[in-house]
Design a protein around this ligand. Sequence first.
Ligand code: PBG
Length: 326
Amino acid sequence: MYPNTRLRRLRNSQALRSMVRETHVEVSNLIAPLFVVPGEKVRREIVSMPGQYNLSVDETVKKAVALYELGVSSVLLFAIPEFKDEVGSSSWQPDGIIPKAIKAIKKAIPEMMVITDLCFCEYTSHGHCGVMKDGHLCNDETLPNLLKQALVHADAGADMIAPSGMLDGTIGFLRHGLDENNFSNLPLMAYAAKFASSFYGPFRDAVQSAPEYGDRKTYQMDPANISEAIREVELDVQEGADIVMVKPALAFLDVIRAVKETFDMPTAAYNVSGEYAMVKAAAKMGWLDEKRVMLETLTSIKRAGADIIITYFAEAFAELRKRGEV
Ligand code: PBG
């Protein structure tokens, strides 16, 4: 008790503060999302996500090499396909954009871990995450299509698959299907507790995947629910998920903590597009110190219990770390 105990003593110097720091963000914890588009030499900045780009496959490889050299050794791929249709069939073309990108990255840097987002919203003309009937997303009709897409990614050499559609039974269905096709060693990172969040706004610009009608509230979760999040994660764990993810991160730090404490699984958190855009916008206005806010944000996600952070800050953080600035 005071005056014997003075907690301020251990805050006296930078060295002392570093010594007693409880939470460390490492570059090896980070996954960088990339948005792959058709064409060649395309490098188009995403308006609502300054510093993030739509990249053609050749440019994606360049970016992957730059990331790898900075110590970011895993990327999460999203695509804008050549064409969209009702069911999203461009997602399971063996020569589609994602298989091409996987092969090109693995050829350039075999050690790079290539994770693919597995969903349909980027590939369907209506922008929903699967097969629609009468305005409703059909769960069981979508699962076989997801497997088709997963097998194409696996065949192309993906190192991990991350299903993000929030359809019931996805993980079990994919695990079974992958095992039957000799991919029993391919890990699944489940978007286990993914909320119907308005923080995905800039992402939907980036991949042109805003739903044409309706919203995603019949499959993504109500942001108010934490018990249900635990049930979602529990099912994915039972169905064979290797890593479980909570998404978004910042408005759901309590969910991250609860998931980590309840399951003690490798836990990922997705620091989503809107969380990135807010910091970039405020920094541009001169209202926040971008570097400090980035570090504080990533630290808070780690402190909440995430082992892995999917973040658009991956490259910037790694650069600053290399220069010893964070
Ligand atoms: C679905 C998907 C989304 C994001 C990742 N995967 C969008 C959505 O569910 O609408 C959002 C990521 C972000 O906002 O950064 N394929």
